[in-house]
Design a protein around this ligand. Structure first.
Ligand SMILES: C[S@@+](CC[C@H](N)C(=O)[O-])C[C@H]1O[C@@H](n2cnc3c(N)ncnc32)[C@H](O)[C@@H]1O
Length: 172
């Protein structure tokens, strides 16, 4: 088992996303809200948006805004620990990370809707999402995960990692 497959995803999530007063989480949510509720809504009819979060890690929050419009969301990561953390949340496991405060922040604080809508968004996202393996260093990194119908490709803090590894290994 490689280090990335024994990664403690829950510990990472608690440390990095457990406190919504930490602006690293809310800044990204605010930017995605602006993009998806600005020019994207004018271009994409309801239900046509298919999203690929490439290298999602164990992180669900980055697609909360998109889930209002999307008909499919594909999370993807190279690490089995990260994929399992997402799958646990999709399955509603009792020991999955609790993303409800992040749904509340997006749906209530940013979109100005109510608690009922926040819980509905959470359920909607569980229904339309799945999680798959991906490897940015493979020959066709996103072909399998993406298929031909993805309309929104999202990747945060990922491509610099394998790109740097590739650079180091080609120099070594
Ligand atoms: C810094 S985390 C970013 C996670 C998430 N996108 C976010 O915004 O919080 C980088 C992610 O890239 C993944 N990763 C590293 N190398 C990868 C590769 N070759 N292919 C796909 N994912 C990779 C890691 O497993 C990790 O989940």
């Amino acid at each position: 088992m490689s280090d990335r497959d024994s990664f403690d995803a829950l510990d990472y999530l608690q440390h990095r996303f457990g406190d919504l007063n930490d602006q690293r989480a809310t800044y990204v949510l605010g930017q995605l809200h602006r993009v998806l509720n600005g020019f994207m809504t004018k271009k994409i009819n309801d239900g046509e948006l298919k999203v690929l979060d490439f290298g999602s890690g164990p992180v669900v929050q980055n697609s909360i805004s998109a889930a209002a419009f999307a008909s499919e969301i594909v999370f993807s990561d190279i690490s089995s620990s990260n994929r399992e953390a997402i799958q646990k949340w999709l399955d509603g496991d009792a020991d999955a990370f609790n993303w409800s405060p992040h749904f509340d922040y997006v749906v209530q604080t940013l979109e100005g809707k109510g608690e009922k809508e926040a819980r509905e968004r959470e359920q909607r996202m569980r229904k339309l999402s799945k999680v798959v393996f991906c490897d940015a260093l493979s020959e066709h990194p996103w072909r399998k995960a993406m298929r031909d119908h993805t309309t929104l490709f999202y990747s945060a803090h990922v491509l610099n990692v394998p790109a740097a590894i590739e650079r180091v290994s080609s120099v070594a």
